[in-house]
Design a protein around this ligand. Structure first.
Ligand code: ADP
Ligand code: ASP
Ligand code: MG
Length: 404
């Protein structure tokens, strides 16, 4: 079999853990499998590098940030490869560019546009384990790019797709995907399997156990994807297409995101083209906008509010103040001490009242809802950051997910 095994930061946090990763890989090789290993930076390296840059400037150039952050994964590939060689397992390391991973030129959140797997194929045929740096690639202008926080998962799935691997395994510090973040809810349940659509929602809504783009690519290219622990041999969670009959859970999981900021524009002119101007200007600066709310019109005027990540707030505010006159907004406000809590489940589409039940649970906790957004398989509420853990726990109880 051809396997892609991705090890996250906690799995390669120190030399002892790297040795354990190497021996796990060797077990597969001894069994006759071909293996590509994708690794993240060690432990908190990426955070530490960001901190280092911030000590020099509050506003580092995005190109240099990617140059800096990509070094974390480069350390890991070399060390993991050395550990493999040390136990007699032939291996070779490759940076993202060496592995043929091409991306667009959006620094800090680049998307993979293609992979040329020739060199990886060649090394696999020569009997090597190929150890690839996650989270990075090379743009058309030959610059190093990174894929956004958690992006090594996406590298792994993209590499698996390009090599037509039999399996992509994401090894992390939990046994699989749970009904909520096990760091917050004590009585979470592990899910044996979950549909792509539900996993994509959970990941997009803040469940960092998988990068959303990884789930998207797995669905698009039919890559069998499993999340499991690098610290034990328990079976993990399989992400797969699930038929309608199996989609019985009204709520499958709870996700939360603590990286939420809001911007509101008051009394903008209520006429065609206003929303388009605001959100085109934001898109032109690569600001990712999440929820958008437009109030009821009164006297030819309207309010528009939207959320973005806290990291994008400064840039978003700059854009909004820049077009305030153009859209004739009377005022602009913003808040950054916010969070988002979401319930996700493919079954909720056929059960009216799920959203109401969510609002009731939050109300009973005395938690104020600032914004709401829904789709067929999720309901999200923006709430105060200080309330988010209480909200996740109360929703987990309310929807009886400990019995999942
Ligand atoms: P890695 O460094 O291996 O990529 P991450 O920290 O990115 O690991 O992802 C694993 C973490 O995801 C877990 O430790 C857990 O706290 C968090 N997490 C959030 N939501 C979930 C969930 N629904 N199921 C499992 N883990 C989750
Ligand atoms: N090292 C990067 C991060 O911390 C990528 C990853 O771990 O997936 O976000
Ligand atoms: Mg991760």
């Amino acid at each position: 079999m051809l396997l892609v095994k991705k090890f996250g930061g906690s799995s390669v946090a120190d030399p002892e853990r790297i040795v354990r990763v190497a021996s796990r890989v060797k077990t597969a090789v001894d069994r006759g499998d071909q293996v590509v290993v994708v690794v993240s930076a060690m432990g908190d390296t990426t955070d530490d590098l960001i901190g280092l840059a911030r000590r020099l400037t509050p506003n580092p150039s995005t190109r240099e940030m990617d140059m800096l952050l990509s070094t974390g994964e480069q350390v890991s590939i070399a060390l993991v490869t050395m550990a493999l060689q040390q136990i007699g397992c032939a291996a070779v390391s490759m940076t993202g560019p060496q592995a043929g991973i091409r991306t667009d030129g959006v620094y800090g959140k680049a998307q993979i546009t293609g992979i040329n797997p020739e060199r990886m194929h060649h090394e696999l045929e020569a009997g090597n384990v190929v150890v690839v740096a996650g989270f990075q690639g090379i743009s058309e202008s030959a610059d190093i790019t990174t894929l956004g926080r958690g992006g090594s998962d996406t590298t792994a799935v993209a590499v698996a797709a390009s090599l037509k691997a039999d399996f992509c395994e994401i090894y992390t510090d939990v046994d699989g995907v749970y009904t909520a973040d096990p760091r917050i809810v004590p009585n979470v349940c592990k899910l044996d399997q979950i549909s792509h659509d539900e996993m994509l929602e959970l990941a997009s809504l803040g469940a960092v156990v998988l990068h959303p783009r990884a789930v998207e690519l797995a669905k698009l290219y039919g890559v069998p994807l499993v999340v499991r622990s690098s610290f034990n041999h328990n079976p993990g969670t399989l992400i797969k297409e699930v038929g309608n009959l199996e989609q019985s859970a009204v709520v499958t999981g709870i996700a939360h995101d603590t990286n939420v900021a809001k911007i509101g524009l008051f009394d903008v002119k209520d006429e065609p083209g206003i929303a388009s101007r605001i959100f085109r200007a934001l898109a032109a600066e690569n600001v990712n906008v999440d929820m958008i709310i437009q109030g009821a019109t009164r006297g030819g005027r309207n309010d528009i509010a939207f959320t973005t990540s806290r990291d994008d707030l400064a840039k978003a505010l700059e854009v909004v103040y820049g077009i305030q006159d153009l859209v004739a907004a009377e005022g602009v406000c913003h808040a950054e001490d916010l969070a988002k809590v979401s319930i996700v489940g493919a079954g909720m589409v056929s059960f009216p009242g799920v959203a109401a039940e969510m609002f009731r649970a939050l109300a009973e906790e005395g938690i104020n809802i600032e914004m709401i957004s829904t789709s067929e398989i999720k309901v999200s509420c923006v709430i105060g950051l200080k309330d988010v853990e209480r909200a996740v726990r109360s929703l987990h109880d309310r929807f009886k997910l400990h019995e999942a």
